[in-house]
Design a protein around this ligand. Sequence first.
Ligand SMILES: [Zn+2]
Length: 300
Amino acid sequence: MTIMEFQERFATEEACRAYLFACRWPEGFRCRRCGGAEVGVMHRRRRVWQCKGCGSQTSVTAGTVMHGTRQPLRLWFWAAYLVATHHPGISAVQLQRQLGIGCHETAWMMLHKLRRAMVAPEREPLGGEVEVDEFFLGGLEEGLTGGRARGKKTLVGIAIEVRGAGSGRVRLRVLKDASGDSLEALVTTTTVAGAIVHTDAWAGYNGLAKLGYDHRPRSQNAAPRGEHLLPRVHRAVSNLKAWLHGTHRWASPEHLQAYLDEFVFRHNRRRNPHAAFQTLLGLSTHHEPATYRHIIDQAA
Ligand SMILES: [Zn+2]
């Protein structure tokens, strides 16, 4: 969705409410109490809908990030759109400026609530063919050089799906160490058993076959000259480092997992900003609601 399309589509509070309604009832409204299919707007400001059969009321913001908010839905929609589509991520100050929010605390709280959706654990495990590796992050803290800087580095595990020549979904985890236990836990918590797992020849990965994976270790010497043994890992790690240093300068080790989760969120939805938008708002549906156009036509 382009910014023009977004602006047209969510031009009014009514349009936002209708969209939430369609996300809530993708097959069309069905009253939970009486089964009635006819519904009317009960209270616009409180976003409450009422069944015409029995009079029971439902809020379309229940269960979403917008529940109980006093801010207009349009503001939330715009904030989620900017967070979902602004590639390196957006700060509270940028959000406040771009949306003309008077109070910085409001912008900060909205951003905080939207970003919380990014740290939700990803449920579907990776499958098919996966590259797995571990690498160090950090050590670039200001005023530190040499050995002390190196002391700040954090070990991170990565698993990334092979999709032809490109990459599918990614997972990133802070690791305690590069032992067999840590690396096996990385694979079992991110990747479905039976998947093909490519790694380097590090002994820490030796137990994967016993855990039911089709483990295919290779030494770096096996890679063609000038190429990386695990090219998707290499690309994702370069992107991650550029993003961390460019957007956040540096993340302290105790907050690193949250930044890794945000990177994973953005990477895994990079071709589907609409899914990112819905997840940020806390909408449970992850596809275009079928009845949305229908409702907008009715409302018009
Ligand atoms: Zn009813």
